[in-house]
Design a protein around this ligand. Sequence first.
Ligand SMILES: [Cu+2]
Length: 177
Amino acid sequence: MTKFRTTIGVFVVGTALFATGCGDDSSSTADESTTTTAAEAAAIKVEGQWARTSPANAEHGAAYMMITATDDDMLTSASVDASVAGKVEIHETVPADGATGMTGATGMSGMGAMTMRPVDGIELPAGESVELKPGGYHVMLLDLAEPLKAGDTIEVTLTFEKADPMTIKVPVRDDAP
Ligand SMILES: [Cu+2]
């Protein structure tokens, strides 16, 4: 009887120590401070953010928004949780054949082939609203964990040259709001 109790006690203590040692596991629940009140004092304002739905099997997605900085700043990077996408880049969309000078071909500049490329960042001149939109700058979500679906909301963390990083909630939509 005594020996039995001792065994139980050791087992419980051992379990408690093990749990403490692993306190930094991934089961942390999202805190409830999800309102946007913290943004009031920030030097950066983000509006109209949305992410485009991906067709089934799409590996990549994009997020758009309007960013206004009170002081000159620069959007230098963005990130999302690994459960959303494996990698995030800041992209700009440019004509695929932008370097060629097709002089004289007026009126035919409509739907040329477009491509996109990573940029080091996006300049945010003081007081000026800079728009990330389809066909222009965007936050590129690479290697999506699963396709983006309308009604979903993803969290995107924006990093700036001067302002503090901020995490915004980005609704997934079929079209621009
Ligand atoms: Cu892109």
